[in-house]
Design a protein around this ligand. Structure first.
Ligand code: NAG
Length: 734
């Protein structure tokens, strides 16, 4: 009897396992499970059509199987030419057939098979299935800054290998920047003899301590560079895996290191004074063309990235040569001077059958005729360029900057700022809603950027890249309608052990809970949803602000509540709370959903929910980029709320945040006025700020006004800026 039961259990588990789809990331277009399984035990041969020989070789390496061309026998893995887009993979009882139209697609199929194999752990078989798959975007990129910190070439291999596993096809190698030049250039040896070495190891220390370069071999020198041989080997290694390497050589800004060793290329002629090349000087162009000439001999990519970001243009204003150039070329100003430089480089590159790629600043002063734009300051540059018929690659800071924090900064190693949790990366759609559908094809894809000011080790780079890279992989590959956050999280569970096996350091999903509310002012109710990075967490909550315990109500899915509540929720393991509870005061306050008139405009880049933001019942969270915090510049906040009728008042509170890094400060004071006719306002109270501008950690403050005894139809709230931005949410009236 006992034996029968365990046999039944076994049968059930096997069945259950068979019904489960494989945890592939990115999720393929179509997967169908079939009867039977393919066995690797007999050491099957991999046999490919001659055009797919490299794919067969690679698969052989991955699966440790013999590979070649020639005739297939029973039990073989064959790679054949197909007619359809993408690749088709048929895993059957006695064979595996991978078909593809071209090598790049066959390599994608190889990586699917490799992932299935790795996900299966030590099991030497794969369940039968048919996969039909192709990518949503043709450009699937990862960027890595090797200037701010230098990483050994072995790490570049590892990074590329992991990119391939998740079907990325472009590696953007940020090889030069002020913190160090990283590529051997034969004609200009000082670039690697001096400009690749600096006084301090940690970039931010170097930055804070005078930013000096040292000769190679100096006992205190930190740095390094890749030889041309090494770079060529990286290109070949990547190409074999279906990955194109795009080199970036920064110009005209971010070039302090070059000007330190070749000061005649700077406007003042002196080292350590400027970060921009002098564009009035023809030697600059000779230098850049010489460098690019050697770069092109190493990198066969169609695109060459010329940087173009954040040139201050200040030195050009006072430089007789630059001014002379402006005059002679009939340019309007320094912006057009930058554009002149970019066009000149483009002409050079086009002459060598290459294409120019640059950060979105290359739009300023007019875009070069055939340039492709990388949109990093939001999506605006990308939209403008695409509308004008240029190709674009989306890398907006809010979704693609993997140097941002992944969780509450208090719980994370130091990073540059920002907040980009896994779920936000996953939510990204590289085709902006505002873009005219007829121009959408100009969005070639997207890319995450890893700027490494705060990443002294490869260990840290991996931590910032994983698992966010997996979320981006799916953004770039899987059709929108198949994307599903919960399903992704489920599959992600299987990739943690895989990353461990590959010795990758990754960020562990946090216990931070997000409370989402869908408020319906008409019915005075709200739909509450909890979300976290954890997989199927046990969530317990209260609605009265008390700290939940394992005995509190258990979350079983979105639920509705009526009226105001103080939601507090946490994740539990058995009876133990994990991390800190999340709380959200939900306010069915008197101003909820009422009309707000802006006497001063909000900043369009941080519009949040536009006119609804300040009285929508949601409070801004830890980051000003969450779509709830509204930003104000210049004259600051000045809004009038219409309560629709004279209303007895009790209190008003309005929230602000301060985060000095990106220039977000408290207002010096907040004033509240009331009125019954919307014309004559009387000051009810003014509250001064007590957070000093030197407080450089993230801090929130509610300014709370006592309005007892007052009655009004209109309430006006004013708060000036002190410097930079103010960010506001929410105005709560009782
Ligand atoms: C920008 C800079 C980059 C820096 C990064 C940090 C671009 C195109 N330029 O200020 O040099 O490392 O952000 O997030 O991103």
């Amino acid at each position: 009897m006992k034996i029968v039961i365990s046999a039944m259990v076994l049968a059930l588990t096997t069945l259950g396992a068979a019904a489960q789809e494989p945890a592939l990331i990115p999720r393929p277009l179509k997967m169908e499970q079939k009867e039977g399984r393919f066995d690797f035990k007999s050491s099957p041969r991999i046999v490919a059509d001659p055009v797919f020989k490299p794919a067969a070789g690679l698969l052989g390496e991955y699966l440790r199987l013999p590979a070649g061309t020639g005739a297939a026998s029973a039990g073989s893995i064959v790679i054949v030419r197909g007619k359809e887009n993408g690749y088709q993979l048929k895993i059957e009882q006695n064979r595996i057939v991978l078909s593809a139209r071209q090598l790049a697609d066959a390599l994608d199929g190889v990586n699917t098979l490799r992932q299935l194999y790795l996900l299966n752990g030590s099991d030497l078989h794969l369940p039968a299935m048919h996969i039909t798959d192709s990518a949503r975007f043709g450009y699937r990129g990862m960027h890595l800054d090797v200037s701010r910190h230098f990483y050994p070439v072995e790490f570049i291999y590892k990074f590329i290998d992991l990119m391939a596993l998740y079907k990325f096809n472009t590696f953007h190698w940020h090889l030069t920047d002020g913190a160090g030049w990283r590529l051997e250039i034969n004609k200009y040896p000082e670039l690697t003899k001096t400009a690749a070495w600096r006084t301090h190891n940690y970039c931010m220390d170097w930055w804070a301590n005078g930013r000096q370069y040292l000769p190679e071999g100096n006992a205190n020198a930190y740095g390094g560079y890749y030889t041309q041989e090494q770079a060529k080997a990286v290109v070949a290694y990547a190409a074999k895996r279906g990955i194109t390497v795009i080199p970036e050589i920064e110009m005209p800004g971010h070039s302090e290191e070059v000007l330190a060793v070749y000061p005649h290329l700077s406007c003042t002629g002196k080292p350590y004074e400027n970060s921009e090349f002098c564009l009035g000087n023809d030697s600059t162009f000779t230098f850049l063309e010489d460098v690019l000439q050697e770069v092109m001999a190493i990198f066969p990519s169609r695109y060459i990235h010329i940087g173009g970001d954040e040139a201050s243009k200040k030195a050009w204003k006072n430089c007789p040569k630059c001014q002379q150039r402006i005059k002679k070329e009939g340019l309007k100003d320094e912006e057009e001077l930058q554009s002149y430089g970019v066009r000149r480089m483009e002409k050079f590159l086009v002459g060598k059958k290459r294409k120019l790629l640059g950060w979105d600043e290359i739009l300023e002063g007019g875009l070069a005729p055939e340039a492709t734009v990388m949109s990093w300051r939001g999506e605006k540059g990308g939209i403008t360029a695409a509308e004008a018929g240029h190709d674009v690659i989306m890398t907006p800071g809010g979704y693609c900057y993997f140097d941002s924090y992944q969780a509450d900064p208090a719980t994370e190693p130091p990073a540059i700022g920002g907040f980009l949790p896994l779920s936000k990366v996953y939510s990204y759609n590289p085709v902006p809603a505002e873009l005219h559908a007829a121009k959408a094809h100009h969005v070639l894809g997207a890319q995450a950027n890893i700027w490494t000011e705060y990443m002294p080790t490869t260990y840290q780079v991996e931590y910032m890249a994983f698992p966010r890279m997996l979320a981006l992989a799916e953004v770039l590959w899987t059709p929108l309608q198949l994307k599903n956050w919960d399903d992704f999280k489920t599959r992600l569970q299987a990739h943690y052990p895989l990353l461990q096996k590959k010795n990758v350091n990754y960020y562990r999903p946090s216990y931070q809970l997000q409370i989402k509310t869908d408020i319906r002012p008409q019915t005075g109710s709200a739909l509450i949803t909890f979300d976290s990075e954890q997989y199927r967490p046990l969530i317990c909550y209260t609605l009265d602000g008390s700290t939940p315990t394992a005995a509190s109500a258990q979350y079983a899915g979105p639920f509705e509540i009526k009226g105001s509540a103080k939601i507090k929720a946490a994740i539990f393991r058995d009876t133990a709370m994990q991390g800190q509870p999340a709380s959200l005061p939900l306010d069915f306050h008197k101003a909820l959903g009422k009309k707000v008139t802006y006497n001063e405009p909000y900043y369009k880049g941080y519009a949040a929910q536009n006119e609804a933001t300040l009285v929508n019942g949601y409070r801004g969270s830890l980051t000003y980029g969450d779509g709830q915090w509204q930003g104000f510049l210049n004259k600051g906040l000045d809004v009038t709320i219409d309560l629709e009728q004279a209303t007895p008042l009790n209190s008003l509170s309005v929230g602000f945040m301060q985060l000095t890094g990106p220039g977000v400060y408290m207002p010096p004071a907040v004033e509240v006025y009331t009125s019954n006719d919307g014309q004559q306002f009387t000051l009810a109270q003014k509250i001064d700020n007590d957070v000093p501008p030197t407080h450089n950690k993230l801090i929130f403050k509610d300014f709370v006004f006592d309005l007892k005894g007052a009655s009004a139809r209109y309430i006006r709230v004013k708060a000036k800026t002190q410097k930079g931005f103010i960010f506001t949410d929410e105005i709560i009236v009782y």
